[in-house]
Design a protein around this ligand. Structure first.
Ligand code: SF4
Length: 151
């Protein structure tokens, strides 16, 4: 199961490059001041979906360009890794938004998190910092980096 904050969003053009399907995860521990999605912070189950159902909806859409956002997807690495593995098997691309920096993630020893990260083509990392607010594409504040990990 994966705890989502909303149903899958199809045909998004603002959550990464190109047309993307967004998986909105529930749960975040960063508590950034000015966060635009405070309802996603609670770790309580909100919109539970089986991994099989997520995968089925993606297969039905026949579109394998996915963005994980939230909330923080890194809090559910096992579920995200299973979905991302499926995406990569179909030649798709994976973007992920997280409040952790890449350096912080590299220090983590959770095997599921490492596996999930290995599937991520583009990581938008770091917390949202209100004083660094930006209107540039695909990030909320200028401290966040858009990291092309696959290149
Ligand atoms: S990491 Fe993202 S979802 Fe979490 S508090 Fe910060 S801006 Fe909000």
């Amino acid at each position: 199961m994966i705890n989502l904050s909303a149903p899958l969003e199809f045909d998004s053009i603002v959550n990464g490059e190109g047309l993307r399907t967004v998986i909105w995860t529930q749960g975040c521990l960063h508590n950034c001041d000015g966060c635009h999605n405070p309802t996603t912070h609670s770790l309580q189950p909100k919109y539970m979906m089986s991994i099989d159902e997520v995968v089925k909806q993606i297969d039905d859409s026949n579109w394998y360009h996915i963005t994980f956002s939230g909330g923080d997807p890194m809090l559910q690495p096992q579920a995200c890794a299973r979905i991302a593995r499926h995406i990569k098997k179909h030649g798709g691309t994976v973007w992920c938004y997280t409040g952790y920096t890449l350096n912080q993630l590299k220090l983590k020893t959770n095997p599921a998190m490492k596996e999930f990260l290995s599937y991520v083509d583009v990581l938008v990392d770091g917390p949202y910092i209100e004083s660094c607010k930006t209107y540039s594409h695909f990030r909320g504040s200028s401290n966040q980096k858009i990291l092309y990990l696959a290149k």
